[in-house]
Write a protein that binds this ligand. Sequence first.
Ligand SMILES: *[C@@H]1O[C@H](CO)[C@@H](O)[C@H](O)[C@H]1NC(C)=O
Ligand SMILES: *[C@@H]1O[C@H](CO)[C@@H](O)[C@H](O)[C@H]1NC(C)=O
Length: 588
Amino acid sequence: MSWTAKLVLLAAVQLAVGDAGSGERSQKPHILFIMVDEMDGRLLDDETPQFKPPMPHLRQLMKRGAYFPNAYSNSPLCVPARTSMMAGRYNSDIKVWDNFVGIANVNGDNRNLDQRCVDAFSRSECREFAAEQKINGTFIDVLADHGYEITLWGKVHAGAGLDRFSHKISNDPFTGTGPVRESAKAWSRLAGVVSKRQDPTLWMRRPIDVPMPAEGYYDYPTAEACAKLIKNGIFKKSTPQFLYCSFSVPHPPYQTNGTYWNAVGSLGKHAVPRLVPRDQLHPADAYAAKAKQFWQMDDCDAKDIEHFRRVYFSMCVESDRLVGNILSAFYNSGVKNAYVMFVSDHGEHNLENRQWQKSSMKEASARIPLIVAGPGMPKGKRINDLTSLNDVYPTLVDMAGAKSRVPQSKLAGESVLPLARGHGRKRNYVVSEYHDSYSRTGAFMIRHGHLKLILHAPLYHGGTPWPPQLFDVKEDPWELKDLASQKPGEVQRLENMLRKEFDVEAVDKYKKDYDRRMFLTYVYRRYSGPAGCHKTMDIAFPGFDEEDAKSIEQWIGKPCCKVAEGRKNKKAKYHSLQCPPKGIAKGK
Ligand SMILES: *[C@@H]1O[C@H](CO)[C@@H](O)[C@H](O)[C@H]1NC(C)=O
Ligand SMILES: *[C@@H]1O[C@H](CO)[C@@H](O)[C@H](O)[C@H]1NC(C)=O
């Protein structure tokens, strides 16, 4: 045999071996998981009248896979949304409610605690959180156990010790009690106090000329690192790979630069959102608008409103470009046998409903984008079934052929892969719940067909309960017309379905007790006590007055005093202070 013939033979043998390798590989597909923060799902849904900023990369991904337009966040706020997604269970089941406490244990092992939790609180407190949460690991732990190599880049914000897989996680530690501004506000929500500073123009004129606009310090490095890993062949490895690339943008601070701003252009008929007149607002929506300091939005200049809204849409264009860097690397590398999944944790009001940010059950806040491409997924198919973030866990487990750690009875969602093959869902509705800042009482939502019911838990001090809200999101996409009083039969029907998923009053009571415990432990006892209470609450609610102090006192059953003029000393004796209402029990 000539040496050239030998070489050809050798190459053939190597090829055969290589093939066997890839045959092995095909049993466990690679997974590229891309996440953004705060992207309104309707921006990609052409059947909604929402403004459509140019997002060519995501639209191309929609053509390459299945697009689920009717996807929802199960608790529209960063940590609650992410933890329920990671754990595959409802927030009220895992007892993760707010942005202060994430998943406290690591890999389902309560002896091993998340270090960020320990740093923010204490070892013993985190052990208690873990015992309450009873979380048996995240989908990332399931994939790791199933032989996947895990690489995380960017924002995680869920706890669970996931830092151990991470090369660089953006600055998302759990800060525990500090900043007091946020935690005092969140945990005292049920008292109904809102800031006296109600001038939304303060927040309207956002910068459009920052050089590196994305908020997360790691957004650009994340895009770059993920693209580089793919170019360098991460998905050609024989070990199955799970690559997680997660951005902060379009999360606030609202800021952009000329490139993205010009890509959006002027908003035309979308410049100013349509609003329910203030005197007709549901009390939950009025409270949220006031708590977010946008109650006076009607008095703002239309140009300011358009400016603000355009900045947010520009940030969405920026996320599309960052995601596009990763997707280009992925589709140029000719990878087979790999899934791509794209989601956001929740949406953004962008001044709809007189609100910014999220934290409500309105479409702007609760709807998210969801796209899945890869083996067996139809290309360019719109799948109208209702889906939610809770479906992510079972879908990833399904893709990997792994075994769920969450027993079927507790699994909040279901795999979306059968939907792509034309099978319907077992549960043809989705639910969501919310228990944190800007929601004075627990909010529960169910969507079934085109109807959406929002049910409000009782107010803590009794009083007239807030009525449920009912919207037909197809006929009334901006949710301007509450149908609840017109269709009591539908309200009852949906409420019955919702109550099968949540024990509304029990869940709400549990969370309100938690709020009280956290407020007393981490705000009142630690920082303020009766003497510093007024001053501390003024940080949370600028303009905090004696009326507000009474609301807090009624709630905690302890004094919330104002230090007398000239007495700034925190340790000042209680009796030397002015304490507005009389007859309140002294001391703690
Ligand atoms: C906006 O930021 C991006 C990313 O840093 C940059 O590529 C672009 O040139 C910037 N545009 C302007 C006008 O500064
Ligand atoms: C947690 O998951 C592991 C691994 O799947 C399983 O062996 C164990 O039984 C699960 N524990 C609970 C309490 O669900």
